[in-house]
Design a protein around this ligand. Sequence first.
Ligand code: DGY
Length: 333
Amino acid sequence: MDLQDPRPRVLVTRRIFAPVLERLSASLSLDVHDSDQALSPEALRERLAGCDGAFVATTERIDAALLDACPRLRAVCSMAVGYNNIDLPACTARGVLVSNAPDVLTETTADFGFALLLATARRVTESEHFLRAGQWRTWSVDLFAGQDVHGATLGILGMGRIGQAVARRGVLGFGMKLVYHNRSRLPAQTEAALGARWVDKDTLLAEADHLVIVVPYTPETHHLVGAAELARMKPGATLVNIARGGVVDDAALAQALRDGPLAAAGLDVFEGEPSVHPGLLAASNVVLTPHIASASLRTRLAMAHLAADNLLAFFSGGTPPTALNREVLARPR
Ligand code: DGY
């Protein structure tokens, strides 16, 4: 980064795609942390202190203390849809624009949620490990017999854009019955089109053969599914988490996978990731993936371009397309 450069200074907190960097560097002065290793909180504070903007993902924690150490900061643009790592009220209070990256990842993430559901219910990875380990000796009548997906009851916890996209796949592609729980109900027309039934959380847990969790992570959704909720699920049910680590109590989940009632789980997100609870690592009836639900190349590129669109719009005096706190735009930039 050239300190004499009069253009707004932006820290890019990780390695991103070259075409996105090219677009940004045409009008911004960039400090690029060109690595997949997240900056430590201290390094982030040091690098961000002299910057006007930040390009972030899910791994950088932007809180009040960091904002106070970086008084120059005017915009934080994330390439993720989830923004639980950013203290939005603290940003708004200090006039810092925040944007996320919704919509562009909806279908890709729903594809992956469904892939996890199928792999979990039909024991795809567990049986593959068995085969690769040379343990397959003979065909047998119940070898890796799992749970049916077609015609089963799909439960969706969190019926936002991604939840609805998973639901469409289940209902239209697999003839599933649909129950969901969300703070607000879908419009009657959408419910009717999917045959969706809104139920309270306990009924959802009791009725779902396959539960897919897609709620944002907030203080209210911390351990939304813990030991008590898991105990309400059907014997032989499966659970898929593509939301955020922390929404499910991973220790309780590991126990429910060992002692019942769950048959299996598919998890793309974990409490304290990239660490994974040892009880989950030890369980054979869980499919584990490293937070990749949105990771098709095309979608990850679109997510990064959207974060760039927001930064470029903000620093050129325009309206960032997916700002989360537009009210700060009324203030002088
Ligand atoms: C998101 O966008 O929030 C995803 O979890 C990151 O892939």
